[in-house]
Design a protein around this ligand. Structure first.
Ligand SMILES: [Zn+2]
Length: 84
């Protein structure tokens, strides 16, 4: 799992609040747990980058869209293969 470390002393930090910027990005307000030697508070940006695997629904939608573009005969051929 994700863990935030202090950029100054690299000790574990706790997320004290989160400010949503958009559906794919948030600012995390963090506090260093090394209170004796550091005690810094800082902000981290958390953002979506890219998919390694597209969500299942997207894959199904892509398959359906591709299938629609094929001639009827080829569509039936592919569907028949799935039943084997
Ligand atoms: Zn620190």
């Amino acid at each position: 799992m994700a863990r935030v470390n202090c950029p100054n002393c690299e000790a574990k930090a706790v997320v004290t609040s989160r400010e949503v910027q958009s559906t794919h990005a948030s600012h995390l307000y963090c506090s260093c747990t090394n209170s004796k030697e550091c005690g810094a508070t800082f902000r981290v940006t958390l953002g979506f980058d890219h998919y390694m695997n597209p969500p299942l629904i997207t894959t199904a939608q892509m398959a359906a869209a591709l299938l629609k573009n094929l001639p009827r005969e080829q569509q039936l051929e592919l569907l028949d293969m799935n039943q084997l």
